[in-house]
Design a protein around this ligand. Sequence first.
Ligand SMILES: *Cc1c(COP(=O)(O)O)cnc(C)c1O
Length: 401
Amino acid sequence: MPINRADFDNVMVPNYAPANIIPVRGEGSYLWDQAGNKYIDFAGGIAVNCLGHCHPKLVEAVQRQASKVWHLANVMTNEPAIRLATKMTNDTFGEKVYFANSGAESNEAALKLARRWALDNYGPEKSQIISFKKGFHGRTFFTVSVGGQASYSDGFGPKPGDIVHAEFNNLDSLKELISDKTCAVVLEPVQGEGGVLPATTEFMSGIRRLCNNHNALMILDEVQTGVGRTGKLYAYEHYGITPDILTTAKALGGGFPIGAMITTTDIAKHLKPGTHGSTYGGNPLACHVAETVWDIVNQPELLAEVERKSGLMVERLQQINNRYKVFKNIRGKGLLIGCELIDTLNGRAKEIVNEALNQGLMILVAGANVVRFAPSLIIEDQTLSDGLDAFEKTLALITEK
Ligand SMILES: *Cc1c(COP(=O)(O)O)cnc(C)c1O
């Protein structure tokens, strides 16, 4: 029996509502569904497939490691994990790495570390975590509670405590909450799920200053913005600050599940043997794929190309907007771009995404009013242009309605 979309409803927990088509094959920035229809991929598996689909070097990396050793658990270390961590510490502010399997788990480790660091250094009073409204940090109970959307965190019983939410890009709102009882301030450099909203430079440097003044850790969640997405290896480099803890996942494995937390030696030392762990974290197969991604992405030429393509994309989106007058705002960093809909199109981002799929283009929403793009970092100019043609056609149809 051929598999079809209706089977999903029969056998899967209904927490997702996937599209009607089922992609079966990918190559670069293209995907094909069961019927052989071709799609241009501007969604990238939600900012994961940073090198597109089935990049030959990643296919090779999987195959190479698959024939050596797949898994050891952390009772043993492994060569790919140490090689990857060495690259990550050489190329970022960090000195120590903890591996996980997802963004949420990387953040979970960061939050637990911050709490333990504060307990060891200052005692139990210093446990407050400040995050931001509309922030997104994953779906484990701790991370979803730190996230700034009640609709995601409510309805599961009592939440982890001492978490408060300030207004994003509003330093005064943070000043009102922060004190010597604050153990960490957590944010995304560009709020991804919350609407592709970049933090301003003043906001970012203000947080750094306030954290220093109150001996609080600054945690940057770069799960979506990391690994070249914004045109820098990590987005903090745009801001001239360094965090105390950084988390990364999504693009890190280019489609193979892996996440990581990066920090300094002084902070890392509070996660002593036995305090935290993960069976799969630092799995050799995942780490070998990730070190291959890292080597490809962390090149000045590739990162410069991300900036250039971002410019092309924004320019074309502005032209489209001049014609159809559908966006209030085109924003983002690098190849993470969001278009906020005008008030008369309020709530219709999902409808645009659905229509784009009919036009052979995969895009994303970021909330009800923002259309989001996160294409491959190495998408070809022609494919980018073809995808934007399909997007323009989509908007022509939507505005006709
Ligand atoms: C996607 C995302 C997460 C969660 O990552 P998972 O791999 O889904 O657990 C956390 N933070 C940010 C900023 C994200 O975009």
